[in-house]
Ligand binder design. Structure first.
Ligand code: BGC
Length: 252
């Protein structure tokens, strides 16, 4: 039986059954728009709608765009505040009737990239950063995830970094690629100074346009675009659910 991966994003809730050994989707993914407001009850229903498209799965991994500790969602920067301290894994599990693992969206995407994508076979300290509605971060040491790092909320120019350098900020302020890349560079230099990772993997929808901004960014750390793009969250969530079923930490 398969493991289902579901990714709760700023604009869509997407899911598919996943081959967790090969890192591929086993069926075409199904997507519904993220409810607005994105309160707990509406999002649980949206997830149930996605799950109902598939049968024959025995566990589910779900990403959430905030801190998740022991299945409880602790922050809600870009979703409805009803998620603060919500017993998310329990709520999803009650609704879906299957065991559910919930983890941070960037952690899930990073786990997939490190296992099957841009970070494959890389040891040492690797950092995935997703530039989307917010900035998500995921840190790995020798393939082991250090969860819930939240480096998107470092301070940059006296503001929350994601308010200055996320892809949403680029669009909202109608920034040129040069202007936005300058902010991303400042941000990456700050992270580089704090952590000295061996590699940055840059994800989020904007990573598809890496040719527009990578050449404008001058930092010491090697930087590569994510390769699994839209499916990284789904795949990483399923891998985490599979590992939870064996009691091991997220290791790739
Ligand atoms: C949240 C993170 C999340 C990131 C990307 C941030 O605002 O605090 O938990 O990973 O957005 O969705």
């Amino acid at each position: 039986m398969a493991t289902l991966g579901i990714d709760i994003g700023g604009s869509g809730v997407k899911g598919a059954p996943v081959d967790t050994i090969g890192g591929d989707l086993l069926a075409e993914r199904f997507r519904v728009p993220t409810p607005q407001p994105s309160d707990v009850t509406s999002v649980v229903e949206a997830v149930a709608e996605v799950a109902a498209q598939f049968d024959d799965f025995d566990r589910v991994g779900i990403t959430f765009p905030g801190v998740v500790v022991d299945g409880v969602t602790r922050t809600a920067a870009n979703v409805d505040k009803s998620w603060l301290d919500a017993p998310a894994a329990q709520l999803f599990s009650d609704r879906l009737g299957k065991p559910v693992t919930v983890l941070n969206d960037a952690d899930a995407a990073g786990a997939a990239e490190v296992a099957f994508g841009a970070g494959r076979d890389q040891r040492g300290l690797i950092m995935m950063l997703t530039f989307g509605t917010g900035i998500g971060s995921a840190l790995f040491l020798d393939g082991v995830l250090i969860p819930n790092t939240e480096f998107g909320h470092l301070e940059l120019d006296g503001k929350d970094a994601e308010a200055r350098a996320s892809d949403r900020a680029r669009e909202a302020e109608d920034m040129s690629w040069e202007k936005w890349a300058g902010r991303v560079e400042d941000y990456l230099k700050h992270v580089e100074m704090l952590l000295s990772p061996r590699l940055f993997i840059i994800g989020g929808g904007v990573s598809k346009k890496s040719d527009k901004f990578f050449p404008l960014i001058n930092i010491r750390t090697p930087m590569v675009p994510a390769t699994l793009l839209n499916n990284a969250g789904i795949i990483g969530a399923a891998v985490a659910a599979e590992q939870a079923s064996t009691g091991s930490p997220v290791q790739v």
